[in-house]
Design a protein around this ligand. Structure first.
Ligand code: IPE
Ligand code: IPE
Ligand code: MG
Length: 236
């Protein structure tokens, strides 16, 4: 059995789902939020420790103002509708990314949810929001350099560098699922995905559900994770 402590998902395909259903792109994002709610509750019931979801990338600002504004309003919709259920299920909310560029009203809603759920001990629902892997690594390197100059750090190795990443308190990412068929990382968790198992599926995020997650987990369980070492089950 491979352990599954930390699942990461690139929730892609909202726009294509909307187009297929002859709806505006915003309707795809809205449906995506409902799917996230049910997957969070399901992942928690499976005993997964942490679910990191890519909700908005540092490159997504390139989209139309209307679409960006709508996405920035989604945390309010999500938490207003679901905070009670998140509390009942002992879910703890976190966020990774550059908070400075997020509109203050959106940040206020997110901070409220983080504060409300901070003592919960179930699944960590971690939103990658205005997140970019390169941005995170540069941010970490800058913070390290500052500490080095000030004499707070004298050595740099992988363990100490990890302390500067947004994910410092989270377990290693075991599995990455990308919905919507694109075979790329789109700047997601570049440092953390070093030895994660990768699954890309055609299902668009608004069509994702617990059965599809079960299939992905079954596929993950068939994988032999070597971490660069010798595969113990091979005889040659
Ligand atoms: C992912 O769905 C959601 C965000 C990037 C916020 P998309 O909006 O990228 O959907 P597609 O890829 O255009 O179908
Ligand atoms: C990745 O999807 C970002 C999120 C799911 C939030 P994109 O739709 O932005 O990725 P690209 O542009 O197709 O690489
Ligand atoms: Mg996309």
């Amino acid at each position: 059995m491979n352990t599954l402590n930390h699942l990461a998902i690139i929730m892609d395909g909202n726009g294509r789902w909307a187009k297929t259903n002859k709806l505006p792109r915003t309707a795809g994002h809205y449906k995506g939020v409902e799917v996230l709610r049910s997957i969070t509750i399901y992942a928690n019931s499976l005993g997964i420790r942490c679910l990191t979801v890519y909700a908005f990338s540092t490159e997504n600002w390139k989209r139309s103002e209307d679409e960006v504004n709508y996405i920035m309003s989604l945390p309010k919709i999500f938490f207003a509708s679901y905070i009670k259920e998140l509390m009942e299920n002992n879910v703890k909310v976190m966020i990774i990314g550059d908070r400075d560029k997020i509109p203050s009203e959106t940040m206020r809603v997110i901070n409220d949810a983080i504060e409300t759920t901070k003592n919960n001990t179930g699944l960590i629902l971690n939103f990658a929001f205005n997140y970019g892997g390169r941005d995170e690594i540069v941010h970490a390197a800058k913070a390290f350099a500052k500490d080095y100059v000030e004499g707070i750090r004298t050595e740099l190795d992988e363990d100490s560098f990890k302390e500067y990443l947004y994910t410092k308190d989270l377990p290693e990412v075991d599995l990455l699922i990308r919905t919507g068929s694109e075979m790329r990382l789109s700047n997601f968790l570049l440092y953390q995905l070093a030895y994660s198992e990768l699954i890309v599926i055609d299902t668009l995020w608004p069509d994702f559900n617990s059965n599809v997650l079960d299939q992905c987990i079954a596929e993950y369980q068939k994988r032999k994770r070597n971490f660069g070492g010798r595969n113990e089950t091979e005889s040659h």
